[in-house]
Design a protein around this ligand. Structure first.
Ligand SMILES: *[C@@H]1O[C@H](CO)[C@@H](O)[C@H](O)[C@H]1NC(C)=O
Length: 293
């Protein structure tokens, strides 16, 4: 898999990052011993570090049934080699996912509690009984993006970056966004698609061509992922933090500033899990502003 643009950009950012101490700017942060309090929309959260010393943890997804977080990270600084891993959000137990090589992108069928992982050689399903990933479909494809909603698995391949759907094992090109290179994609419960391409971040009702531009982008830069919370609100992870996509106002709201953010997801209590260039964090509500540890 050659993610040239992304890699060049990431390499530059990594050099800059090494000169900096990761800090959360903007959002109110107070530091007490090992924990930090972060305030978002007037609610205080305690930041728990789940894992450090990872290279660009990416494509975060949580299975609400097990509260298991899935993501990947880079195994080599310059080559595109990735490893899918998981963290139990109850116990913080971390483990590599067996049965798959070069796992890159993760999504979860929240109804049947099946995590899917896209790799350079197709799509795998995570099997909880066997404790490993099982080959599923599209073995001829280098998977770039993946998303599961309402019995449909959406994915794009590399380098074409065209979107496909898999429904009951049948794979077809996704006609709504035909001939378009998609970087990030999701679809919500109202059948509204949210996606980024080289020129912007858009929403678009399914079966329509009515794209709404939320933010113009240059070469699709700066967006590292899209996610949805358990209430159906959509969020974008930009390199400078997490933005809520406000479909009422048509604007993006910067809810959390992060230095070099790489991914965001929500757990089964609708708390934020996010990553920066080296680490993965969990935000938990903290009423009294005192750290529990
Ligand atoms: C990105 O999507 C918008 C809206 O669908 C479209 O008008 C634009 O041409 C697309 N850009 C690229 C580079 O495909």
């Amino acid at each position: 898999m050659i993610l040239q643009q992304l890699m060049l950009y990431i390499t530059m950012k990594l050099v800059i990052f090494l000169c900096l101490v990761a800090t959360i700017k903007g959002a109110a942060v107070s530091k007490e011993e090992n924990c930090e309090i972060i305030s978002i929309n007037g609610i205080n959260y305690e930041r728990e570090t789940l894992k450090t010393n990872l290279d660009r943890p990416y494509s975060l997804a949580v299975d609400y049934g097990t509260n298991m977080l899935y993501f990947s990270y880079s195994l080599k600084p310059t080559d595109d080699v990735f490893q899918s891993v998981k963290i139990n959000l109850y116990t913080k137990e971390y483990s590599e996912i067996e049965g798959i090589e070069n796992g890159f992108v993760q999504t979860v069928d929240q109804i049947n509690h099946i995590p899917y992982i896209g790799s350079s050689k197709g799509i795998y399903k995570y099997d909880y009984t066997k404790n490993k990933a099982i080959p599923f479909i599209a073995f001829d494809s280098d998977i770039w993006e993946i998303y599961y909603r309402n019995n449909v698995l959406y994915y794009s391949d590399f380098p074409a970056q065209f979107l496909y759907t898999i429904t009951n094992g049948e794979r077809i090109r996704f006609k709504d966004l035909d001939e378009m290179k998609i970087i990030h994609f999701l679809i919500d419960d109202n059948n509204v698609m949210f996606y980024t391409n080289a020129t912007g971040l858009y929403s678009q009702p399914k079966d329509s061509k009515d794209a709404y531009l939320y933010k113009e982008l240059e070469n699709g830069d700066k967006v590292r992922g899209l996610t949805i919370d358990i209430k159906g609100h959509v969020y974008a992870c930009f390199e400078d933090g997490i933005y809520k996509i406000n479909t009422g106002t048509g604007l993006l709201e910067h809810i959390l500033e992060i230095d070099d953010a790489f991914g965001v997801a929500f757990d089964n209590n609708n708390n934020i899990v996010y990553s920066d260039a080296t680490s993965v964090y969990h935000l938990k509500p903290n009423k009294d502003k005192n750290c529990s540890r």
